[in-house]
Write a protein that binds this ligand. Sequence first.
Ligand code: F0G
Length: 462
Amino acid sequence: MEKRRSWAEPFRIKVVEPIRMTTAEERERAIAEAGYNSFLLRSEDVYIDLLTDSGTSAMSDHQWAALMVGDEAYAGSRSFYRLVEAVEEVYGYQELVPTHQGRGAEHILSQILIEPGDVIPGNMYFTTTRFHQEYAGGRFVDVIVDEAHDPSSLYPFKGNFDLDKLQAVIDEHGAARIPYISFETNVNMAGGQPASMANLRATYELCRQHDILMILDATRALENAYYIQQREEGYADRSIAEILREICSYSDGATVSSKKDNLVNIGGFLALRDLDLATRARNLLVAFEGLQTYGGMSGRDMEALATGIREMVSTDDHVRARVGQVEYLGDLLIEAGIPVVRPIGGHGVFLDARAILPHLTQDLFPAQALTAALYVDGGVRGMERGIVSAGRDHETGEHHYPKLELVRLAIPRRVYTQAHMDVVAESIITVHEQRDRIGGLRFTYEPDELRFFQARFEPIPT
Ligand code: F0G
């Protein structure tokens, strides 16, 4: 039998940030003060912070050094041109529109392309993406494959577009009412699930036949590239850098939140091929974000971002270790019999709150309640990704009832160790053993838009 050989991270730690352990009593008080919403906790009260993988990465020594050489010129910053080169080299898009983060790019894109009454098909919604599509007068239509809605399905490409569903939307509304399709790589809300290259290619071909633009949400395209390398025939010997370029080749542009794959704490961009479209985007950019050569970023932000973009593809070991750590945590939970979304996704482990808390109906917010219980047990902060995140239908005022009712434990890049993952797994296993004690929640404050960020709850007395 072949001897098992462990692998480890392709970096060592040069700077550390102390974190504080709290008592269960302190945590009970903190979560009550936060209205049982993990977004409203203070980070000081959190031990292991898995709220998000967004903007929480550890930068490399090269990135920190790059901050120092950032060019803070208002116009024509050298750092902007470095960023343009990095995006062109790594993603293959010529026209770069820099923004403060992903939603800035989504806003600009939605405003230049969407007319009231338009329909935007996509592979599962993302909260801010759908918000901006609706804000521009459009309507999002989900055309992801059915497997994506089933946490236990082991289908390897649960992020795929269902082309029959897409064709049906085109037949119903007509291509003229579809300004673009929104194709997310490594679909966040589905649990970090990839699309296959074959599906990206086929979707792009269908779009071209109908003269519809295909825009990627390439926020986690690197992690998607890794899955294509691991799972899709013909890609095992291709580098991550090559696969990423091919992914982007099947699109007319992309929005990117650089706070994920790109290894920076703030930043993002809209990238396009067409100069006319980019010009329209730049005209709005100067009103909403900043001048076309900085958008929403400082010169040093752009410098660290350009370095991060190159670094993420400079060796395949980076993404292997990143996804490998997520899989390590996922496998511990699977071994312990905890219901999680499978296969384990690229940026986090997603607990299936519907399966863990069958005694709570969805309108009692099981994933929100489970997130709070996890925090109280061990100081681990996750995020609700279920009915609260899905919000209400604007026309009927009813909750959207998503099939997936999940707690997301998103793993920041290059931040936590394997021992942290062990502690997280132990806490989840403990909470799972005591799951019968977890009761439902009700709103005490419900914001109109993107309610999950600021909503407050209280336990329903039993
Ligand atoms: N698209 C995807 C797929 C995202 O995951 C996010 C952010 C955005 C767009 C928006 O980008 O935050 O830079 O404005 N996701 C974060 C998360 C918030 O925690 O998943 P942003």
